[in-house]
Design a protein around this ligand. Structure first.
Ligand code: PXG
Length: 295
């Protein structure tokens, strides 16, 4: 295959030539937003939901994306095609743009829209069969009144701090709590528990990113007749769960079998987690791609 092409501000560049300024406030201050999207069999999964979330994130930080949602969807699909990829990870980044030093976003002039496509880095296959071990991070999730977790901003240090804790403890993911000590989410995944057949996951009030995989899994669970509650959870709910799983674009649906050294349920992936994983798998491979909105 020809060398990877990266979309930057309306043009495709060779990977080594794809650049932004060192004065870009995305670099200087983490001032910008992003999305992580996947394509399966040449179809971008929930394209419109991802583009909408990107525009909502941008609005929330008072960043005007210099193109329409339709133009963004087109740029995503065209970059994928230019790279000849059918199964891919897509990273869309919008930076505040370059300007003089100083926080003031009015000092910037040229927000950069970047689309990177790549092969997908998945969790090792055996983790889907045997389940993931996680720990609770001491680093709490961003307080919604500081930087709302609903904004997928370029400032991911909060999650990176928790990820370091996970890695240092020999785990691949960490559970993050909110300022009230409730379960929020993991560093790059939402969390669900199953107890006596009822599926529960923290609601947006707990301070989470409204995951698009989470949304799809809630729909799938309800469609198969399961009760799904969006409600505050604490660590007791996790420790005493019959089953636990995480959802995210990269992970899809992955069972969790241990948290903070405690075996969850019987210590093996449970039937509901396995069933929702296979239903999700089926969905991403069968759902048609959203039509591209008018540019
Ligand atoms: N919570 C957080 C904090 C996230 O960053 C999710 C939940 C799951 O959301 P989705 O919409 O993906 O179901 C995320 C998603 C990456 C990467 O490269 C991160 C995410 C998604 C894809 C790639 O680190 N985070």
């Amino acid at each position: 295959m020809s060398s990877p092409k990266v979309y930057v501000a309306g043009k495709l560049y060779e990977k080594s030539e794809a650049k932004v300024s060192v004065f870009d406030h995305g670099l200087l201050y983490g001032d910008g937003v992003f999305e992580g999207i996947r394509a399966y069999n040449g179809r971008v999964f929930r394209l419109v939901r991802h583009v909408d979330r990107l525009f909502d994130s941008a609005r929330a930080i008072h960043l005007k994306i210099p193109m329409s949602p339709g133009g963004m969807a087109r740029a995503i699909v065209d970059t994928l095609a230019a790279n000849g990829l059918v199964d891919a990870y897509i990273r869309v980044v919008v930076t505040r743009g370059s300007g003089s030093l100083g926080l003031d976003p009015r000092k910037t002039t040229d927000p950069q829209v970047i689309v990177i496509t790549d092969a997908i880095a998945l969790y090792p296959a055996e983790l889907y069969d045997h389940g993931l071990k996680i720990i609770t991070a001491g680093t709490m999730r961003n307080h919604p009144a500081a930087l709302n977790p609903r904004v997928k901003s370029l400032n991911y240090l909060n999650n990176i701090m928790a990820k370091i804790e996970a890695t240092n403890a020999g785990c691949l993911e960490a559970l993050m709590l909110n300022a009230r000590g409730e379960v929020a989410e993991c560093t790059g995944d939402n969390i669900f528990v199953v107890k006596r057949g009822v599926v529960s996951t923290p609601s947006v009030e707990s301070g989470i990113l409204e995951g698009i995989t989470r949304e799809a899994v809630i729909e799938l669970a309800r469609a198969r007749g399961l009760e799904v509650r969006e409600r505050p959870l604490d660590r007791h709910d996790v420790y005493t769960a019959d089953e636990c799983f995480l959802t995210g674009t990269a992970a899809e649906v992955i069972p969790v079998v241990m948290c903070d050294g405690r075996a969850l349920g019987d210590g093996a992936p449970g039937p509901i987690s396995r069933d929702l994983r296979s239903r999700f798998h089926e969905l991403v491979r069968s759902e048609p791609q959203d039509p591209i909105p008018p540019v």
